[in-house]
Design a protein around this ligand. Structure first.
Ligand code: APR
Length: 276
């Protein structure tokens, strides 16, 4: 961080500490701890963003190792297709192009060496269980420090942080809808989950990034039923790519549970048909 930026941060700090009416000794330790914290995540973020790919992406999965949906359909026996939900029109003229813009990856999202992985976070952006816990463990403590500067993140919103020790360059943090029980699913929950996918994709192209991976947002601790969540993810990706496919190289659906692997292989056949 430039000296100028540091001194700006420092003067903000003085104002904060003046407000706190700290004693001299307390102020000195408040100041040195805060400077270390400010310096920590910003310096770390720059360091990892500027790191050479081969240095950062040891024992991880590069995009080249992940077949496109088109290749997968040609090489693997797929389950019966699952029909699209009603009122989900698609432009079939784009099927050929778009079937090469998506992939399924079965495994741990923290291993993906791509531009951005999406985290199913909570509003505090301080980590948690599930994929949130896995991403924070792999990224290191600076992810939490940067998250604290962006929180709160409202349900359906997306915010971007560095990827730190992850092979991915960035983490797009999004907060999915939480259901008390799967049976409580309603229109508002669908709307909020659609926002998670759309806002994360819009952030990707706004930052001129090209590759992104989504976990199955809200289908774990937040109890969104897997099948309707897969329909939502597939259709939001389809609608987005119909508009933005020149600016996106790959959208990867990262599947961790067998349930989701079976569901997505059925659902994607109707939202991303390979033949014309
Ligand atoms: N890689 C990919 N997917 C994973 C991984 C991983 N390493 N670990 C878990 N998953 C899958 C789960 O199996 C599930 O399919 O991610 C999906 C989302 O589940 P959760 O992580 O439980 O996320 P969600 O249901 O959105 O609940 C979010 O849980 O961890 C807390 O802080 C988080 O409060 C937030 C809530």
């Amino acid at each position: 961080m430039s000296y100028l930026k540091l001194s700006q941060k420092f003067s903000e700090l003085i104002n904060v500490s003046n407000g706190l009416k700290l004693s001299d000794i307390k102020f000195r330790s408040f100041r040195s701890n805060s400077i270390r914290t400010i310096m920590a995540w910003e310096t770390e973020k720059e360091k990892y963003l500027n790191m050479k790919a081969e240095e950062k992406q040891k024992n991880c999965i590069s995009l080249e190792k992940i077949p496109t949906w088109k290749r997968l359909c040609e090489s693997e026996k797929l389950p019966k297709p699952i029909m699209k939900m009603e009122n989900c029109p698609i432009d079939n003229k784009l099927n050929g192009i778009l079937s090469e813009k998506i992939s399924i990856f079965e495994g741990d999202i923290t291993k993906l060496a791509i531009d951005a992985i999406v985290n199913a976070a909570n509003s505090r952006l301080q980590g948690g269980g599930g994929v949130d816990g896995a991403i924070h463990r792999a990224a290191g403590s600076c992810l939490r420090l940067e998250g604290a500067t962006l929180a709160p993140c409202n349900t359906g919103d997306s915010k971007i942080t560095g990827g730190y020790q992850l092979p991915a360059k960035y983490v797009i943090q999004t907060v999915g809808p939480q259901l008390a029980r799967p049976e409580e699913l309603n229109k508002n929950h669908f709307q909020l989950l659609e926002n998670c996918y759309r806002n994360s994709l819009e952030l990707l192209v706004a930052k001129k990034l090209k590759t992104i991976a989504f976990p199955c947002i809200s289908t774990g601790i937040y109890s969104f039923p897997n099948l309707p969540a897969a329909h939502t993810a597939a259709y939001q990706a389809r609608k987005f790519l119909e508009k933005e496919h020149p600016n996106v190289d790959r959208i990867i659906f990262c599947l961790f549970l067998q349930t989701d692997k079976d569901i997505y292989k059925g659902v994607l056949q109707s939202y991303f048909p390979v033949s014309g």
